[in-house]
Design a protein around this ligand. Structure first.
Ligand code: F0G
Length: 456
């Protein structure tokens, strides 16, 4: 419902700092055209990520004060554990400082050079951890998942035929399947209950555990309630419980649907798997009842998991993102449809037809938007995919997306309308933009984070 205003009011504010185009030109050049290098106060509206950038509720701030800092057996850990058991139905849980730490432990525990890990479309940190173990990540997205005009209610679904082929071809070498809900790489697209259920059936036949990468699990549940026949009258918590009924374990970055600035966890009912993963968390993260988090982080995380599954919260959240996306669609800006849960993604090649893919068209649009109005988005195209380690060439990518991720409970609809207007202005003069960017330096793993570029 697009007529609903924001479902929160401000209790504490942070002043935004406007800047001039000249300042932004200078700053982005000093940042080597890498938006990760900008300082926070050089950005006016920050849509780089929805990760750890949301606002906590007053209940969460109060929870920080209740945090129990006992090194072992913190009561805050037990609050978190109880909430995870209730929501997801898993009894063994271990916290980590953020999502990729759980990916790291899982990859260390289960993968070797022979391993193959299929999924819908792996997020880049997941893929990087798989590849860091010399294992192979295989995406099994459905046909059309990255075609922006292709309408499908569950564009994040796993392509089950392709999955079965992978399981057959690499039989014995698939230690897990990772399903990412919602699917970040395709723009926050959901996975249906039906797909999760069928996937579990197939996985069982091949005796392979299913792990749900759960960063945006509540948003996924909302889409099931909204779009999947039979779930309209279910509560969000019941849908969540049912989703995880079809999984052997979960990893989660709490920085998204945990509604916290830091935190994550791994959970399962499989004692063996738990012990294997815990080993690496004890080595690298912290004791098993904190995983490197403070007691207060865990206390706020437990409250966040409760708030994120409230119907009203999710209605407000997803309609805000939808309303923003609709403004762009109405302006003929090419965006992934249907609009996803946490972000809108723009097809940069369609937006800037005169910039070649070799000149990093999505990054070019990201820089253009920053210089235009101080808005920071994130490139999800050739830069993010990285270079082939052997040839040094760009890896082939399906799309050149610019993602504008919406932090939770943070920006107003007016601020998002301001972003839409900036995009409209660039769109009006898009044919005059013909030059892109070159790479001058890049590291090997997750190289886009520290990349240095110059204007072509
Ligand atoms: N999995 C998914 C689906 C994610 O979106 C992220 C992070 C991670 C794992 C890693 O979690 O950052 O807590 O270590 N996504 C952020 C983003 C960075 O901007 O989409 P993390």
């Amino acid at each position: 419902d697009c007529s609903q205003p924001e479902g929160y009011k401000a209790k504490m504010i942070e002043q935004l700092r406007p800047s001039t185009r000249e300042e932004r030109e200078k700053w982005i050049q000093q940042a080597d055209y890498n938006l990760f290098n900008l300082h926070g106060d050089q950005v006016y509206i920050d849509l780089l990520t929805d990760s750890g950038t949301g606002a906590m509720s007053h209940y969460q701030w109060a929870a920080l004060m209740r945090g129990d800092e006992a090194y072992a057996g913190s009561t805050s850990f037990h609050h978190l554990k109880e909430k995870v058991q209730e929501l997801f139905g898993f009894s063994y849980i271990v916290p980590v400082h953020q999502g990729r730490a759980a990916e790291h432990a899982l990859a260390q525990a289960l993968l070797n050079e022979e391993s193959v890990v299929p999924g819908n479309t792996h997020f880049n940190t997941t893929r990087a951890h798989i590849e860091y173990r010399q294992a192979t990540a295989i995406d099994c997205a459905i046909e059309g998942a990255f075609q922006i005009e292709y309408q499908h209610p569950f564009k994040g679904n796993v392509n089950l035929l392709k999955l079965e082929e992978v399981l057959q071809s690499y039989s014995g070498n698939v230690p897990m399947i990772i399903v990412t809900i919602t699917c970040n790489m395709s723009g926050g697209q959901p996975v249906s209950m039906h797909n999760l259920r069928q996937l579990r059936e197939i996985a069982k036949r091949f005796n392979v555990p299913v792990i749900i990468n759960s960063a945006r699990f509540a948003e996924n549940a909302w889409f099931i309630q909204e779009r999947e026949p039979g779930y309209g009258s279910w509560t969000i918590s019941d849908i969540v419980r049912e989703m995880y009924h079809n999984a052997d374990g979960m990893i989660i970055s709490g920085k998204k649907d945990g509604l916290v600035n830091v935190g994550g966890l791994f959970a399962t009912n499989n004692r063996d798997l738990f012990n294997k993963v815990r080993k690496y968390i004890l080595l690298c993260e912290g004791y098993q009842t904190n995983g490197g988090l403070t007691g207060r982080d865990m206390e706020a995380f437990a409250v966040g998991l409760n708030e994120v599954t409230q119907q009203k919260y999710l209605d407000d959240r997803i309609s805000q993102v939808y309303r923003f996306g609709k403004m762009l669609i109405d302006a003929n800006i090419p965006v992934q449809q249907p609009i996803g849960g946490h972000a809108i993604v723009i097809d940069a090649s369609a937006f800037l037809p005169h910039v070649s893919q070799e000149e990093y068209v999505a990054q070019t649009l990201a820089v253009e938007l920053y210089v235009e109005a101080g808005i920071r988005g994130a490139e999800m195209g050739a830069l993010l995919s990285g270079r082939d380690p052997i040839t040094g060439n760009n890896r082939p990518v399906a799309t050149e997306f610019l993602r504008l991720a919406i932090p939770r409970r943070t920006y107003t609809n007016d601020q998002l309308a301001f972003v839409a207007n900036a995009l409209r202005r660039i769109h009006d003069r898009r044919l005059t933009i013909t030059r892109g960017l070159y790479i001058v330096h890049e590291d090997v793993n997750l190289g886009h984070l520290t990349i240095q570029m110059i204007r072509a």
